[in-house]
Write a protein that binds this ligand. Structure first.
Ligand code: MEV
Length: 444
C-alpha cells in the first residue's frame, strides 16, 4: 500500500521526482527521462517555470497555434491560441478568412466594472443604524485603502463605489459590503482582495466604535473575496453581411443558410442540452486566447456559464438575426482579463502572445477574445448545419490517429493524401494505415 509523505514540498526537485516515480510509476527510469525531457534547455527559463507553482516536476506542453487574418475594428490580427483540440485553430482561421472578405468583425467593450464582497454576519436589531453608520463613514473605507489604491488611481482605476447589502432573506444575519472596482489593464485579483480585506477591518472598527447604537450583537466577517461573476465587465462582438453575400461554399442556398443558422442559434437559446455544447464551442476559442495570453480560464469559464444562466435558464451566449436583407451574428459576454500583472510579463510564450497582438490593453484583449469565441461558434454552427461536424473534425484528428499508430512521416503523407476527398473515420484511418504499412501504398 502507498504511504503518505510529509514535507514533500520541502524536498529538492530531484528528490520529489525520485520519490514520485519510485512510488507511482511502472518504469521509474523511463518516467524520469520523460519528465526531464520536457524541461527547458535554458536552466533560467526552467527555473522561472518551476517557480510559477509549488512542486513543479516538469512542464506540460500544449500546442501554441495562431489564426491569422482576423480583421477586428478595421485592424488585422494574428490571434494566438493555446489548445490541444485538433480542429479549433483551423475553425478559427476559417471563420477569420470568411469574415475578412465580408468586412471583418466589430467589437466593443461595454463596461469594465469588477466586483468583490465582504460577506459578514451581524444579527443586531438596529439595521437602520448599521446602514446610517456605513453611509456616514464611507470615507473611512476609502481612506484606509489609500496606500493600496494609489497606483491604480493614478492609472484611472480604483474603488468605484461601496454598497451595504442586506441578504438576511438568504441566510440569517447575512450582509455584504459590495464593492465595485476598475482595475485598468490588470485583472486585478490581488488588488481587489487586498482592498476587501481592508474594508473588512474598517467594518470591524466601525461596529466596535458604534457599539452604543448597534448593540452587542457580534460581527463575524466570514470572508472577503472578489467575485468571478463580473456581469458588468462586458464585451460585445458582431459580424454582419448581406444575405446575398453569404456564399459560404457548401452548396446550400444563402437564404436557407441564414435561416438555418438562426434556427440553430434559437435552439441553443431555448434548449440547455444544446446550449451547453454550443457554449463549449465558444469557449474553445475564448479559452485558447485566454491561456495563450496568460489569463485565468477557470474564472472566465465560471463567469461565462453563470452569465449564460443569469435569467434562470442556461442559454446561448451568441445570438443571430436576419435584419432586412442582412445576416447578423453577435456575442455578448463578460470577460475579465488583464494585460499586465500575473504571468503576462513573465512567461516567454505569453509575452510573445501579447507582442503578436500588438500589446493590447485589457479592453482590446476583451474584444479580441470575444471575437475568437464568436468565430469559433460561427465555424461550428456553419459545419453543423451544412456538412456535419465530423468531416472537418476527423480530418484534423487524422494525425492524432496516425501518431497513435506510430506512423512515419511518409506513411502520414500517403494516408492524409488518401483522405483528401474522403470522410475520415477511425477504422478507415487504421485500414488505410495498415495498407500503407503492408504494401507501401494506400490503394483503395
Ligand atoms: C467541439 O469541441 C465543439 C462543438 O461541439 C461545438 C458545437 O457543437 O457547437 C463542435
Amino acid at each position: 500500500m502507498k504511504q503518505p509523505i510529509k514535507g514533500f514540498s520541502k524536498l529538492t526537485k530531484q528528490a520529489k521526482i525520485e520519490w514520485l516515480v519510485n512510488h507511482y510509476a511502472g518504469d521509474p527510469t523511463s518516467s524520469m527521462e520523460m519528465l526531464s525531457g520536457y524541461w527547458h534547455n535554458q536552466p533560467e527559463v526552467q527555473k522561472l517555470h518551476d517557480e510559477f507553482i509549488e512542486n513543479t516536476i516538469s512542464n506540460y506542453y500544449m500546442p501554441f497555434g495562431v489564426a491569422p487574418n482576423f480583421l477586428i475594428n478595421g485592424k488585422l490580427y494574428a490571434i494566438p491560441l493555446a489548445i490541444e483540440e485538433s480542429s479549433v485553430v483551423a475553425a478559427a482561421a476559417k471563420a477569420a478568412n470568411f469574415w475578412l472578405e465580408r468586412g471583418g468583425f466589430s467589437a466593443k467593450v461595454l463596461s469594465m466594472v469588477k466586483v468583490g464582497h465582504v460577506h459578514f454576519i451581524w444579527e443586531g436589531k438596529n439595521v437602520d443604524a448599521l446602514y446610517r453608520i456605513f453611509a456616514e463613514n464611507q470615507h473611512r473605507f476609502f481612506e484606509n485603502t489609500e496606500s493600496i489604491t494609489k497606483n491604480m488611481r493614478a492609472r484611472g482605476g480604483g474603488v468605484m463605489g461601496l454598497d451595504l447589502k442586506d441578504k438576511t432573506d438568504l441566510e440569517t444575519g447575512y450582509f455584504q459590503i459590495e464593492a465595485r472596482f476598475e482595475t485598468c489593464d490588470s485583472m486585478g485579483a490581488n488588488f481587489i482582495n487586498s482592498c476587501l480585506e481592508s474594508f473588512a477591518q474598517t467594518l470591524k472598527d466601525l461596529v466596535a466604535e458604534h457599539a452604543n447604537e448597534l448593540g452587542d450583537a457580534p460581527l463575524q466577517v466570514v470572508m472577503s473575496i472578489l467575485s468571478n461573476f463580473t456581469p458588468e465587465c462586458l464585451v460585445r462582438a458582431d459580424v454582419r453581411c448581406k444575405i446575398s453575400e453569404i456564399e459560404e461554399g457548401s452548396g446550400i442556398d444563402n437564404q436557407e443558410f441564414a435561416d438555418k443558422f438562426c434556427r440553430a442559434i434559437r435552439i441553443a437559446s431555448v434548449e440547455p442540452y444544446r446550449a451547453v455544447t454550443h457554449n463549449k464551442g465558444i469557449m474553445n476559442g475564448i479559452d485558447s486566447v485566454i491561456i495563450a495570453t496568460g489569463n485565468d480560464f477557470r474564472a472566465t469559464e465560471a463567469c461565462a456559464h453563470a452569465f449564460a444562466a443569469k435569467d434562470g435558464r442556461y442559454t446561448s451566449l451568441t445570438h443571430a438575426a436576419i435584419e432586412g436583407d442582412e445576416f447578423h451574428f453577435w456575442i455578448e459576454l463578460p470577460l475579465s482579463l488583464g494585460t499586465v500583472g500575473g504571468i503576462t510579463n513573465l512567461h516567454p510564450m505569453v509575452r510573445f502572445a501579447h507582442e503578436l497582438l500588438g500589446y493590447p490593453s485589457a479592453g482590446e484583449l476583451m474584444e479580441i477574445t470575444a471575437v475568437a469565441g464568436l468565430a469559433q461558434n460561427f465555424s461550428a454552427v456553419r459545419s453543423l448545419i451544412t456538412s456535419g461536424i465530423q468531416k472537418g473534425h476527423m480530418k484534423m484528428h487524422l494525425l492524432n490517429i496516425l501518431n497513435q499508430l506510430e506512423a512515419t512521416d511518409q506513411e502520414k503523407e500517403l494516408v492524409v493524401a488518401h483522405f483528401k476527398d474522403k470522410v475520415v473515420s477511425h477504422s478507415a484511418a487504421v485500414e488505410a494505415f495498415l495498407r500503407v504499412r503492408g504494401t507501401g501504398a494506400v490503394g483503395n
